[in-house]
Write a protein that binds this ligand. Structure first.
Ligand SMILES: [Zn+2]
Length: 486
């Protein structure tokens, strides 16, 4: 390898969200023009760092282009996507000829006029570099795999873990497989098995963990190069929304397909055990209050910013207040208006604050509380995936019954206990801690939680997959139909 081209472009698009994804969201999340591998600690910049180091170890030139990622929200503005894409393509043209192209992307990015942004970008890269240059791609497992992707990339590797703790390992694999292909040591071919399912897999535990182990065991044996499970993204209405198994082998298409089919059959047979379940709000609050020890951590599945939700819904908060439950902590609420009022008033101030319920119908009604401002922190942040996720200005407010709330003005899901403890909040003293997250909270909170409960609260992220109002995704799928494979 003499010359490697690397870039990153992505977001996870909740096509049902009413929040547009435009330039400001990219600028606030991750936006670098050629130096992300030096300057960014974002999850999707991690592959760029790996690829740069590995290539430079081989004395290869590295041409680094755009690295842009947006906190998930609604459909990306057309011009924003096209300008980013064209920046990468013009950099690639200028850098050509190159030996390999490596792209860090999400796999569920939708822009106005583009249901498959990743496929669009990979195809256009292929048109520039021609058929012989290796294109390696790393995707989030919440992706939609299309034939445009698999027919135009040589190497496609997905995260295996949810929470996403393995971006670096997967980046190493993209590099090694792409390098071996470039050297003619392997000829990767890709096969896909369509599971015809909409589901989620919490990979740290249970049968989902066993599925990951099984996939990993198959790699490196009998010419199987890589095995991935594309979980799909349930709130992205695109024609290829369903979950898929993706297998790469060394030149053996039949083996790739039979392996993908075999893994698909195993995953299908475990669908009931792995399908995510959630308690009602009151069930979860009852269990949390009855627990002998806190903190019982409740995950608000309905309002995860990382899935494109507003992170200001109040359905659980409303029940906590109405029931008068004592000693509860909840966050992180994205509420720039409330944050502004609290900063204006200052620490120690007491006043009536209207909290949450502002972005849309999925946010519920705002909750009016008499609060005191306990702590204000500018440039607050929390650990995530080996780096830090910015919260902007964060404010801790307290209300009656020892109710503590964390508000911020940079929309972000609750990843880690430090989001609270950096404010001075004693997490261990709370009976219930409600976090707005689907699963990424798990790595950080599991070690400190007395118990973890998942709550199917109303909101922008409905967990009843049978009833999602798909229009573009037309295929029959489980759990809407019992057997979509017939
Ligand atoms: Zn993901």
């Amino acid at each position: 390898m003499k010359k490697l081209f690397i870039a990153c472009l992505g977001t996870e698009t909740n096509t049902f969200s009413n929040m547009p994804t435009g330039m400001q969201t990219f600028a606030e999340t991750m936006l670098y023009h050629g130096d992300a591998s030096e300057k960014s600690d974002e999850l999707f910049a991690a592959p760029l760092k790996v690829w740069r180091k590995r290539a430079e170890d081989l004395q290869a030139d590295v041409i680094e282009s755009l690295a842009a990622f947006a906190q998930p929200a609604g459909v990306t503005v057309r011009k924003v996507y096209e300008d980013f894409r064209d920046e990468i393509l013009s950099d690639l043209k200028a850098a050509s000829p190159v030996d390999a192209v490596m792209l860090s992307m999400h796999g569920a990015m939708v822009a106005e006029g583009y249901d498959d942004c990743e496929g669009d970008l990979i195809l256009r890269c292929r048109e520039i570099v021609g058929p012989d240059v290796i294109i390696g791609v790393e995707l989030d497992l919440h992706c939609s795999i299309t034939t445009t992707i698999t027919e135009n990339a040589n190497v496609v590797v997905l995260f295996k873990e949810y929470p996403h703790i393995d971006a670096v390992e997967r980046a190493e694999e993209v590099f090694e497989l792409s390098l071996a292909a470039l050297r003619g040591e392997i000829s990767p071919v890709i096969a896909v098995h369509d599971l015809k399912m909409i589901s989620m897999w919490r990979t740290p535990v249970g049968e989902a963990a066993n599925i990951v182990s099984h996939m990993t065991e198959l790699e490196g044996t009998d010419g199987v190069l890589s095995v991935s499970l594309a979980h799909g993204f349930p709130w992205g209405d695109v024609p290829d929304a369903s979950a898929k198994v993706l297998v790469m082998t060394d030149g053996n298409q039949n083996l790739a397909q039979s392996t993908a089919d075999q893994i698909g059959a195993k995953i299908w047979s475990l669908k009931d055990e792995t399908h995510p379940t959630g308690l009602t709000i009151d069930e979860a609050l009852d269990q949390g209050m009855e627990a002998a020890n806190g903190p019982v951590v409740l995950a608000d599945l309905g309002d995860n910013a990382g899935v494109g939700a507003p992170s200001d819904s109040t359905f659980i908060l409303q029940r906590i207040v109405t029931r008068g439950l004592k000693n509860v902590l909840s966050g992180i609420y994205w509420d720039p208006v409330s944050v502004r009022f609290c900063m204006e008033a200052g620490e120690g101030a007491e006043f009536d604050l209207r909290i949450g319920g502002k972005v849309g119908i999925a946010s519920g009604d705002p909750v009016d509380l008499r609060i005191s401002v306990r702590k204000i922190l500018t440039d607050a942040r929390q650990p995530f995936a080996g780096s830090f996720a910015p919260l902007g200005n964060a404010v801790w407010v307290s209300a009656a019954n020892d109710l503590d709330l964390l508000l911020c003005d940079n929309r972000c899901q609750t990843f880690h206990p430090e989001a609270f403890t950096q404010m001075g909040i004693d997490l261990q003293a709370k009976q219930i801690v409600v976090v707005k997250s689907t699963q990424h909270f798990y790595s950080g909170f599991a070690p400190v939680a007395a118990e973890i409960l998942y709550v199917s609260a109303p909101g922008a992220i409905p967990m009843d997959f049978a009833d999602i109002e798909f229009r573009k995704f037309k295929d029959p799928y489980w759990p809407r139909v019992e057997n979509p494979h017939t």
